[in-house]
Ligand binder design. Structure first.
Ligand code: ATP
Length: 209
């Protein structure tokens, strides 16, 4: 009998993708013994008030460059093709349909989302349709899930605890990268060289100076 494939979906703005995203994705891929990890840039995250700075095509191109040659890593434009906002549940359903329910689907989120999680679109249903893996994030304390018990109940929170990933702490955000670029500061340590080249060639994030 064929065993279920493990598919990891990693959604976000990726505006731009940075070394923190790549480090936690690699950790999750190895730790979960995944078959595929798919980056999914959002057209517009329902959790963010601002639109992404770079358009979808540019964010997709930067992800492609960042993951070139990484076995098992892929990128999907499914949220860019749908109308905004980009609801995680719709994307999970899309992948469940594509895999005919024959894959275990994991969805990665950083620890910074915990405060908002109870307000996510149809979140109870989402938790039933995929394994939500909360990752450690550099600059933040170890995620404390007890704050979620009131909204989700003890059993769900126990499962979230089990699925939590003690990812490496890389204290970088896309906001840092964008503001350093706009200020003419170096970002070598924060994004892959291929992504930095794309940013400069396309004069993104205020680099046309
Ligand atoms: P911004 O600074 O623009 O808000 P971001 O750096 O948080 O962006 P996103 O593309 O919004 O990047 O993040 C996508 C997902 O990756 C989110 O779930 C976020 O919590 C997670 N993430 C981003 N950076 C890290 C990091 N350094 N460590 C762990 N998780 C991260």
């Amino acid at each position: 009998m064929q065993t279920k494939q493990n598919i990891i979906l990693f959604g976000g703005s990726f505006d731009p993708i940075h070394n923190g995203h790549l480090a936690v994705a690699s950790y999750a891929f190895d730790h979960l013994g995944a078959d595929r990890l798919i980056f999914i840039p959002a057209r517009r995250s329902p959790h963010k008030t601002d639109l992404p700075t770079a358009d979808g095509a540019a964010r997709l191109a930067m992800i492609r460059r960042a993951i070139a040659g990484r076995e098992g890593f892929d990128v999907s434009d499914c949220e860019l093709k749908r109308a905004a906002p980009s609801y995680t549940l719709d994307t999970v359903f899309q992948f469940r349909d594509q895999t005919c329910g024959a894959a275990e689907i994991f969805w990665l989120v950083g620890a910074d989302v915990i405060g908002d999680l109870a307000q996510w679109y149809r979140v109870e249903e989402l938790l039933g349709q995929c394994r939500l893996c909360i990752m450690y994030r550099g600059g933040l304390p170890r995620p404390d899930l007890t704050q979620l018990i009131f909204a989700f109940g003890a059993e769900r929170v126990r499962q979230l605890e089990k699925d939590m990933l003690p990812t490496p702490l890389i204290d970088v955000s896309s906001t840092d990268v964008r503001s350093r670029l706009a200020a003419g500061k170096p970002v070598e340590a924060l994004v892959p060289a291929s992504v930095q080249d794309y940013i400069r060639q396309n004069a993104l994030y205020g680099t046309a100076h």
